[in-house]
Design a protein around this ligand. Structure first.
Ligand code: C2O
Ligand code: CU
Length: 469
């Protein structure tokens, strides 16, 4: 996305063109094709993580930021559902990295987990990630090596997989929501405090959307906006609210809700996404605020401003999103697997190539993960290809944990303490002491990481993997 003025016109065409313009190489040529012709999303991209600087706080450029591009946030990648996307990772950082495609069901060799699925990509090396995302929706990509540092310094971007048939919005805006741990001088402060790591995690000091504080997006008055929220922060569980217009939730973690729901005290935890439909006010110059109620003082994350004559759209005019082709588990034959998330006193952290934190605070089924390492570690559980399973996720701690599974999506079945929407997802927030059952078909061969997406928890033991063979 083009950085800069906090405000810019984002009808669908300029949004796509803006996204395309930041991509390098062959992608640039693709961006010259008129965007109204559709079909021409740039399907070849080079991502070159490097150290850079950026003004997150006005006048105080933050140095030693990491980005996938020369300046500013990572490009928003867009691809049509089922079409091939080729991303060449060319590492220009002084440390190894990889890319994980969060929520995308792809082959294990492209999943981006060091040692488990691929070698680390050292400085100067490349890795080709070419895949065709099977599911439409809002996804994201991020490193899976030295994750706390690399994510905290800025690596991570959005991957939007567009439905084969356009649903009919006036604007489609994606927001990468994240915090930064900055001091008053705009420079990074320590990314974690061990006593917080052993609790909910260490919170950032500055909240941004697409690396901007309270960016303003202009959209047609009376128009329908698809607002995609991605919580890419390492710690914060957002409580988004929309003020100044009606908003309905249409999809969670990429997957459409059967029936849109009013946005009401919903949470989006690290790794999770939420798609909203917002109907802009008819009058020009009105603003609609996206606010976050996750802390005592609520914070404005971004604003939409109505421009031009009203388009007089009606919420009923957008087509319901088609469901994604995710296999349904057979609950009558499913085996039940228990996964317990606990604290641990056992210290088994090793120093590794991917710079983990050196503490063990957390465990899955009593086993703290030792960190990314070439030594073989046993899987938490072995699943048979094609069989159905129910995972019983039991949080036996006083903190919430967003549990993420790579490579396969699961359906939320039930919680022992609240109503859950019946959706497929890749990340579920398990509240303190809660038990949640989810179901899946083990249809993807390989070793798939399962971990808490509070990155400090992930890197201090709350990680393991399931093997499908
Ligand atoms: Cu988004 Cu293993 O993570
Ligand atoms: Cu956690």
């Amino acid at each position: 996305m083009k950085r800069s003025p906090a405000s810019r016109c984002v009808d669908r065409r300029s949004l796509l063109a803006g996204a395309a313009a930041t991509l390098s190489g062959a992608a640039v040529a693709a961006s010259l094709v008129p965007m109204w012709a559709r079909r021409r999303l740039p399907n070849r991209v080079v991502l070159e993580p490097r150290e850079t600087e950026f003004e997150l706080l006005a006048g105080l450029p933050t140095t030693s930021l990491f980005s996938y591009t020369e300046r500013g946030p990572a490009p928003e990648l867009r691809v049509r559902q089922g079409e091939q996307l080729s991303v060449l990772l060319r590492n220009a950082l002084d440390e190894p990295t990889t890319i994980h495609w969060h929520g995308i069901r792809l082959s294990n060799a492209l999943d981006g987990v060091p040692f488990l699925t691929q070698p680390v990509v050292n400085k100067g090396e490349t890795f080709d990630y070419t895949f065709a995302p099977p599911d439409a929706g809002t996804y994201w990509y991020h490193p899976h090596c030295n994750s706390l540092v690399q994510l905290s310094r800025g690596l991570g971007g959005l991957l939007i997989v567009e439905e084969a048939k356009e649903p009919g919005y006036d604007a489609d805006i994606a927001l990468n929501l994240r915090d930064w741990r900055l001091g008053p001088d705009g420079q990074f402060i320590g990314f974690y405090l061990p006593r917080q790591t052993a609790r909910a995690g260490t919170f950032g000091t500055v909240r941004t959307a697409n690396w901007r504080r309270e960016p303003i997006y202009d959209v047609a008055s009376g128009g329908l906006v698809r607002l995609r929220l991605a919580a890419t922060d390492v710690t914060r569980v957002y409580r988004p609210a929309v003020e100044g217009a009606d908003a309905v939730v249409i999809a969670l973690d990429g997957n459409p809700l059967g029936k849109p729901q009013p946005l009401d005290k919903d949470m989006i935890a690290p790794g999770q996404r939420m798609d909203l439909t917002i109907r802009m006010p008819d009058e020009e110059g009105r603003t609609v605020d996206l606010r976050d109620h996750s802390s005592q003082a609520t914070v404005t994350l971004a604003r939409l401003r109505s421009v031009g004559a009203s388009r007089r759209r009606n919420l009923r005019e957008v087509a319901a999103l088609p469901s994604n082709p995710i296999p349904e588990a057979d609950l009558t034959s499913a085996s039940v697997i228990s996964l317990e998330f606990t604290a641990t006193a056992e210290q088994i952290a090793k120093s590794t190539f991917c710079g983990d934190l050196g503490y063990s605070f957390w465990a899955v089924n009593s086993k703290p993960w030792p960190g990314s390492s070439p030594d073989p570690v046993a899987p938490l559980v072995e699943l048979k290809l094609g069989r159905s399973y129910i995972l019983n996720l039991h949080n036996r701690t006083p903190h919430a944990h967003p549990i993420h599974l790579h490579g396969m999506s699961f359906r939320l079945l039930r919680s022992d303490r609240r109503e859950l929407p019946s959706v497929h997802t890749d990340t579920v927030l398990v509240l303190p002491d809660e038990r949640i059952d989810v179901a899946l078909v083990a249809d993807n061969v390989g070793d798939w990481l399962l971990h808490c997406h509070v990155i400090e928890h992930q890197e201090t033991g709350m990680t393991g993997f399931v093997r499908v063979s």
